[in-house]
Design a protein around this ligand. Sequence first.
Ligand code: GLN
Length: 186
Amino acid sequence: MKIGVLALQGAVREHIHHIKLAGHTGIPVKRVEQLADIDGLVLPGGESTTMRRLMDLYGFTEALRQSELPMYGTCAGLILLANDVVGYEQGHLRKIDITVERNSFGRQVDSFEANIDVKGIEDQVDAVFIRAPHIVSVGPGVEVLSSVEDKMVAVKQGKYLGISFHPELTEDYKIMKYFIEEMVTK
Ligand code: GLN
């Protein structure tokens, strides 16, 4: 499979590495035309407000709203996929029927690492949280895959997967494999 990683800002290389570990081809996506050549798209972590500005500038916001590609967002990427973001008038791509709140593990240390259970994945996942958002509420079509400290941190709706942490900063590529096998090739 050819899996694109939106390469406007954020942790692009790390996701490309995970796609390779999962046995597939990772492609940095910088132009809208490249969307026609891929089977799925990863929206990386970074800064969602910056990414949104660049997505508007390069025509991705509209193209991705209309796109039927399976998508997997981590951290800022989860924020981009959410229907609603606390404190904002409207969500960005509005692919998953959830409301997210940004920087919501902030009262702890700014970032932390934990081994967590994720539904559908056999072993625990090595998860790094960096100024992570959490999912405040989910609509009826959304399946919650993981929670940490009573906060929802991973969800799936149809061919869209959103998680609030960064597995790509570790060597643990189980979630990438899950995305490709469950949402791209199925
Ligand atoms: N705090 C960032 C945001 O709101 C997300 C952080 C991350 O992607 N690690 O976009």
